[in-house]
Structure formats: C-alpha cells, structure tokens
Write a protein that binds this ligand. Structure first.
Ligand code: 13P
Ligand code: SF4
Length: 345
C-alpha cells in the first residue's frame, strides 16, 4: 500500500528532484508491492545497478527473464533486451524506464530486409544476434549472444550457409574462431565498439604494460587480434575477479563499476569515448516513475512473439543452465545483489 508520503508524482522531473536515498526507498517499496524484479545490464549507471535484483549480460538476463517468478519485470537496459524478456515471459508485465533506450545496432536490420536476404539464399540457416528486434528474431532459426555465438555457429551443419545479422564484427569473430567460410554477414555494427581504435589500445598498453587486454567481440578485428581475451560483459566481470590489472575494450560504464567494486585494482577503459548513450537514458528517477506508473510497457504482436520465442529457446537450450556463482557473486548475492551470466563464453 502506498503511504501518503510515497504517493506517485506526476512527471519524471518530479522524481529527478528527489534525493537518491528517497528514490531508492520508493523503488524498493514499490517493487515489493508489485512483486516486480529489476533486471539490469552491466552497462547501466551504478545507482541503477545498486537497485537491480540481477545484473548481467544479454544471455544471463534473458535466462533470468525466462525463469523469474515475479509478476512484473522492469528491464534496465535497451529495448531489444526488454523485448526479449517479453518474448520469453509473455504472461508478465515488462516495463522500461525510458522507451527511447534503443540499440542502434539492432536497428540496422528489419524483418522485411532479412526476408529479402533469405530469398537470395534458400536453405541457409539464419542466426540473429540477440541485439535485434523481435521481428528479426522471428525470421531467424536461432539467436546467439556474445557469450555463446561460437557455440551456436558450431551447432549448424558445416555445409549449410549461415546468414548472420546484424553485427559484422561478431560475424567476423565467429568466422575466425570456427573456420567457417560460408557465413554471410549483415553490415551492421555497434557505434560504441566499432569506434574504438588501435591507437587507443597502444596508448593504454604503454601506460599499463602489466595489464591484460580484454575486448568485447563487437569490436573491430584489429582490436580483437590484439586482445588477450575476447568475451561478453559478464565474462569481463568474471575476469575482473581474477586479475589485478586489465584494459577493457568495451563500454566504459562497466569499467567505472568494476573500479568502484575493486578499488585496489588497475582497471582501465581502452577508450574514454566508449559510452553507450542509449543505455544511459535510464536513470534512477525514471525507474521510480516507471514502477509508480506501470509504464512504459513492452507489447508484442503474438504471432511475431511466438516465432521469436522459438529462435530464443533454441539458443537457451543450447546454452544450458547456470555455472556455480563465484566467490564475488556469492558475496553480492548475500548482500541482496546478484550478478548473473551463464559462463559458457
Ligand atoms: P553483452 O551480452 O556482452 O552484455 O553485450 C550486450 C551489448 O549490448 C554489448 O554492446
Ligand atoms: Fe547497442 Fe552498442 Fe549500446 Fe550495446 S553498446 S546497447 S550494442 S549501441
């Protein structure tokens, strides 16, 4: 029951005027009233991560969305992630704090454009990176994430052509890792990762020669070739638990978060410019507003949802369940904040 002191306010600006402590209290109270769960991506602002029930990469969060017993899923990430939650949990209400938080990479390909490509390659298998719309997933045979892309490609018969959408860099990475020649890649990319350049890595390496380099597979080939490790955002979190010095080729919010969790370690962003403005559209104020007003709800055409679900479920079946939580994850869980991810990278 909402007390007089906690009555909903009219606009997100009214919430923005409140102190952080009050916003957090409102979020916690309202979440309990609604039996809601907050799923937060690793690139979210630290204050959103702090109120998230589960933090993770795309795969871990989709597994949580599929398994949760909550009535309401509040997704703090970008649109395709919230849409994936709705595809996997159609009976639940899925909310986003800011509906403008889209992923420009996902917008590179539409369902219609993919149908045209399929018509040119009859018999090809279609693999949709999870950073895609439900309409594109509905046109696909199987999805993949940065955690399981190699495994997904290896599940497809060697002589079958693969249409891979929409990330050309991830497509190239899996091509290199699997030796598959017959992958037709869509020409999409993530502006945050694609803009990182070798010169930035060279400078970071000169300043921190002791650091290992970990790069997200959405980055360009020349950076991946220089990396000691290529992995998803949750893979990076696990590496941060194991190493004292790392250079991260990914969105710098993840690096800020890891620096605040491990103040004694040397964690450096490969590029200071690598910021996903779309992820950062979510704020604590909008999250509090979203819970109080039951908005913005993600809705999907049922026919598209069903077909997208098949593609996602095939991926989830292939990816298996959970790995045992690490010591650090265990501590977070005990503190009421659990990190998630499948560990199959
Ligand atoms: P992860 O699945 O590795 O978290 O990546 C999602 C994403 O959008 C990276 O840009
Ligand atoms: Fe999309 Fe890139 Fe932002 Fe990830 S970092 S959500 S791929 S724009």
């Amino acid at each position: 029951m909402i007390t007089a002191a906690r009555r909903p306010l009219d606009s997100t600006l009214d919430y923005a005027a409140l102190p952080r402590e009050e916003l957090t209290e409102r979020i916690v109270e309202r979440k309990a009233e609604l039996n809601a769960v907050i799923l937060g991506h690793n690139y979210q602002r630290v204050e959103i991560q702090e109120v998230s029930d589960f933090l993770g990469d795309s795969l871990g969060l989709s597994q949580e969305a599929a398994a949760t017993s909550a009535d309401v899923i509040v997704f703090c990430g970008v649109h395709f992630m919230a849409e994936t939650a709705k595809v996997l949990s159609p009976g639940k209400t899925v909310l986003m704090p800011d509906p403008r938080a889209g992923c420009p990479m996902a917008d590179f390909v539409t369902g219609e454009a993919l149908r045209k490509l399929k018509a040119k390659h009859p018999g090809a298998a279609v693999v949709a990176y999870v950073n895609s719309t439900a309409a594109v997933k509905a046109e696909s045979d199987i999805c993949c994430t940065s955690s399981n892309a190699v495994q997904v490609i290896e599940s497809i018969p060697e002589d079958q052509t693969i249409l891979f959408v929409p990330d050309r860099n991830l497509a190239h990475y899996v091509q290199e890792r699997t030796g598959r020649e017959n992958i037709v890649a869509w020409d999409g990319y993530c502006y945050v990762h694609d803009d990182m350049v070798l010169e930035e890595l060279d400078r970071a390496r000169k300043t921190h020669p002791e650091a290992r380099v970990v790069v997200h597979p959405e980055a360009r080939q020349e950076l991946l070739e220089q990396a000691d490790e290529v992995t998803s955002t949750s893979g990076m979190v696990r590496l941060a638990e194991q190493h004292d010095a790392l250079i991260f080729g990914t969105e710098r919010g993840l690096v800020d978060q890891l620096n605040s969790r491990f103040p004694g370690k040397t964690f450096v962003a490969l590029s200071g410019a690598a910021v996903c403005g779309n992820m950062k559209l979510n704020t604590l104020a909008k999250l509090a507003w979203c819970l109080d007003h039951g908005q913005h709800e993600v809705e999907l055409d049922e026919e598209i949802r069903c077909r997208a679900e098949q593609s996602l479920r095939r991926m989830l079946e292939l990816s298996g369940g959970w790995t045992a939580p690490s010591d650090e994850e265990q501590k977070l869980e005990e503190a009421g904040l659990r990190s998630s991810g499948c560990g199959c990278a």
